[in-house]
Design a protein around this ligand. Structure first.
Ligand SMILES: NC(=O)c1ccc[n+]([C@@H]2O[C@H](COP(=O)([O-])OP(=O)(O)OC[C@H]3O[C@@H](n4cnc5c(N)ncnc54)[C@H](OP(=O)(O)O)[C@@H]3O)[C@@H](O)[C@H]2O)c1
Length: 511
């Protein structure tokens, strides 16, 4: 078996201090899947290039596919390298030499014999018990518990081991508790890293710095000055080939329960007493516990669900959800699943009383855009005509950055004409550095053992506790989601959700 190169990792490209190189074995269950190929392996390559992996760190993919190490390296070389713009051939070769593949399946039942692949994995890890060990579960959620048990039975779980759980963690509170119990029976909570990749985005971390490292915002970060908050995660893509997954997930479970609620927490949380993993997560939990429950008739008033029908995106005709090409034909579940969800949420505490938090996410929207918009109240008395209240836009994608829309006078003589203009901070332009992908940051945190940007069990369960009654109301109503044409901003009811109080979704282009 080829051994990893002992050549030292390259220095960081932008001259920053050399990061800590972590001695670790990463075992990726589901290491040949879509997530691994598109996100994890590119992120690990960048970690390697920046010197975060020790010379002997290995990446061991586990799947049922009958690949050997050479096959797997060939697959990664063919599928991952083209997307990387990796000009560093030596660095890429070093990365490839770190890769291994083990063919193993989870046992069919609790007492079923282990697949022979577990023997190989055990031999590969033998003698390295003192090296950091990360089990990354990039496989279907129902395999999380069985994988952890199988690793435990094979004697692979050491006190220094960590486990990373991909989202979604269950389909409801009961399912999440089940997975948490199964994984928690093997790993301590301090070893469990529940990933929400939105938390690894630069803008999201910058939100904490913006709020808690600048004095000017805190006095106005409340219901006296803020009219409402909008949190949008829009995608222009549809769901071709993903019906099997999406029919059972839907936008609410897929995006709102995790990503959007996490963003809401970071906007609404109280200042933590220190920059500390538990202090920050304690404050986020309090926000989730303060969300006003939505169920029954309130769900009809404060939530919207839609499903896209045929339309045009980027000038291209695209089919509706039910007609997306897929091996699985549409079922009744397909007709009922929402590809768009919008909610008017409220945080019931002193800071936020009466401030709506509008959440929305959808497939086949006009463009791909994730952002948080904090809409301030208007000036108490305007002496100019045509004023527009200030707005703070935190753009997560595309083009991570922060924009503060202020009023400025249009240049020229004559009447003073105020116009909203953005004060813009683009992270890429300002810091002249590559903005790392969220997975890169989060994998580096796992290697460093820092769970601050990962969800604690109580957070995940509190989020499901808020989502479950909405799902239950939708399911008991039995009606279909409201159709919206692909390439539009969602169903009519989503605009009415804000329109009823004289508000509108922000759609403007920013630099
Ligand atoms: N793809 C994304 O963008 C994305 C985003 C967020 C979260 N996630 C989550 O990440 C996980 C993986 O998603 P994915 O899209 O990468 O799925 P995928 O493309 O279907 O890949 C699943 C991987 O798991 C392996 N696998 C499945 N069952 C297995 C078993 N019983 N024993 C061993 N290996 C098994 C598969 O290989 P074999 O079939 O060859 O065994 C494959 O490597 C899921 O939990 C998903 O919800 C994915």
């Amino acid at each position: 078996m080829p051994q990893p190169s002992s050549a030292p990792p390259a220095a960081p490209p932008d001259g920053r201090e050399r990061p800590v190189a972590h001695a670790a074995d990463l075992v990726v269950f589901g290491g040949t899947g879509d997530l691994s190929m598109r996100k994890l392996l590119p992120a690990l390559y960048h970690c390697d290039r920046d010197g975060r992996l020790a010379p002997d760190a290995r990446i061991i993919a586990v799947s049922r596919g009958g690949l050997d190490d050479a096959d797997f390296r060939g697959k990664v070389d063919a599928e991952v390298r083209p997307g990387l713009h990796a000009g560093d051939a030596a660095g890429w070769d070093r990365f490839l030499r770190r890769l291994h593949h083990v063919c193993a399946d989870v046992p069919a039942g609790r007492d079923a014999p282990a697949h022979p692949g577990w023997g190989r994995l055990t031999r590969m890890l033998a003698g390295r018990e003192d090296t950091g060990r990360v089990f990354y579960l990039a496989s279907p959620p129902m395999t999380f518990g069985p994988f952890c048990r199988a690793a435990d039975r094979a004697g692979l779980v050491t006190p220094r081991s960590r486990v990373v759980l991909e989202k979604p963690l269950g389909r409801d509170l009961a399912g999440a508790r089940h997975i948490n119990d199964e994984v928690g029976a093997i790993f301590g909570e301090h070893q469990i890293f529940r990933i929400d990749h939105y938390l690894g985005k630069e803008t999201v971390q910058n939100l904490l710095v913006l709020r808690f490292a600048n004095a000017f915002l805190e006095p106005i970060w409340n219901s006296l000055w803020i009219d409402h908050v909008q949190i949008t995660a829009a995608e222009s893509v549809g769901t071709p080939g993903r019906r099997g997954y999406y029919d059972h997930a839907g936008a609410l479970r897929d995006m709102v329960q995790n990503h959007l609620l996490q963003l809401l927490c970071l906007v609404a949380m109280e200042p933590p007493s220190r920059n500390d993993r538990e202090a920050i997560r304690d404050e986020k939990l309090k926000v989730l516990q303060s969300l006003r429950p939505i169920s029954g008739t309130e769900a009809a008033r404060f939530t919207v669900r839609g499903q896209y029908i045929a339309g045009r995106v980027d000038g291209r005709a695209v089919p509706g959800y039910l007609d997306e090409p897929d091996d699985t034909p549409p079922t009744d579940a397909s007709r009922h699943v929402e590809t768009f969800a919008a909610i008017r949420a409220e945080v019931k505490n002193w800071r936020w009383a009466g401030v709506p938090f509008y959440l929305r996410t959808g497939k086949r929207m006009p463009d791909r855009r994730s952002e948080i918009v904090v809409q301030f109240k208007d000036v108490p008395h305007s002496i100019f005509s045509g004023g527009v209240p200030n707005r703070l836009v935190l753009r997560l994608q595309p083009g991570e950055g922060i924009h503060l829309l202020i009023m400025a006078k249009e240049p020229g003589a004559g009447e003073v004409v105020p116009r909203p203009v953005p004060l813009s901070l683009s992270f890429a332009d300002t810091f002249h550095a590559r903005v790392p992908d969220a997975y890169e940051r989060l994998l580096a945190d796992v290697l460093a053992g820092d769970p601050t940007l990962f969800m604690r069990r109580d957070e995940v369960e509190a989020a499901w506790g808020w989502i479950d009654p909405i799902v239950a109301t939708w399911e008991s109503a039995g009606d279909l989601p409201e159709p919206y044409a692909a390439g539009t901003g969602g169903p009519v009811a989503a605009h009415e959700l804000l329109g009823r109080s004289g508000r509108a979704w922000h759609e403007e282009d920013l630099p």
